[in-house]
Design a protein around this ligand. Sequence first.
Ligand SMILES: [Zn+2]
Length: 183
Amino acid sequence: MRVSLEISVAVTPLPILLFPDPLLRRTAAPVDNVDGQVVELVDHMFQTMYDAPGIGLAATQVDVHRRIVVIDVSDEGDAPLTLINPELVLAEGQGEMQEGCLSIPGVYETVKRSTEVRVRAVNRDGEPFEMDADGLLAVCIQHEIDHLDGKLFVDYLSSLKRSRIRRKMEKLAREEDDDAALT
Ligand SMILES: [Zn+2]
């Protein structure tokens, strides 16, 4: 019994906060020590991200305000990348790419960001490392680090566009509440 219970807990995806939830605006605190709890959270975040499905998830989005990001931009979903306490040490070039976010489902907008980045972080084993990224991975890294600072990709859009998206999301949330009330 105990075993099956633990398994069912492990495979349940974490609830993802939705824009405009003010909890998405909190600044995440650095991780002091990659202990068992952090590793468990990382694994749970990967499950949640793959289940969604998405290519990146920040701890902020699952209401854990610690500097932890999981990413997998591969087609097969077999290239997991864990970034704990990530920091951009270099950002170059400028390009535009269409972005979406698990916290703003159904919304895709073009955002201008650096095209090449170097990130310094700690991995799932607690080891510090640096890596270079370009293309989709570079965009994803910047998008996820923004989450840790309480920033969302809609912040790069005009305020008119952002309030339109906010109204759309609030309407969606109301409709879901109504649906829940009916059942
Ligand atoms: Zn996002």
